[in-house]
Design a protein around this ligand. Structure first.
Ligand SMILES: [Zn+2]
Length: 122
């Protein structure tokens, strides 16, 4: 079975960095790194790198119900698909007034000791 090892990504969050993978064969970024590159079909052969932490809101939804008890997000909060400058999309929270196309930058915080990445308007 092919498993996705997110250890480098999680270590990046611990260090306040947003790390994503890129295919060594074609150079395309991807996250999460699936076993086969969707661009060139090469199996495996990825490297992790630190993304700029910038991007734009591609889509979003405003959640008006609490799905997790505190310290989980309390409504209303935004869950967005952020397209990073490197071309990959990541699902995360965005704070502040949000709209499609909004430039955002990553912020790092800890919730119950777990490091998280969120985004705010750039
Ligand atoms: Zn590739």
């Amino acid at each position: 079975m092919n498993t996705i090892d997110l250890t480098p990504h999680l270590a990046g969050l611990e260090a306040g960095q947003l790390r994503v993978a890129r295919c060594r064969a074609c150079g395309e970024s991807r996250f999460p790194p699936k076993p086969v590159c969707p661009h060139c079909r090469v199996h495996g052969d990825i490297e992790w790198f630190t993304a700029a932490g910038t991007g734009t809101v591609w889509s979003y939804a405003v959640f008006r119900k609490a799905y997790f008890p505190p310290p989980g997000p309390q409504p209303p909060y935004v869950v967005a698909v952020v397209r990073l400058t490197e071309g990959v999309q990541i699902i995360s929270n965005v704070t502040g007034d949000v709209r499609v196309g909004l430039p955002v930058t990553a912020t790092f915080e800890r919730v119950n000791g777990t490091p998280l990445v969120r985004f705010r308007p750039a």
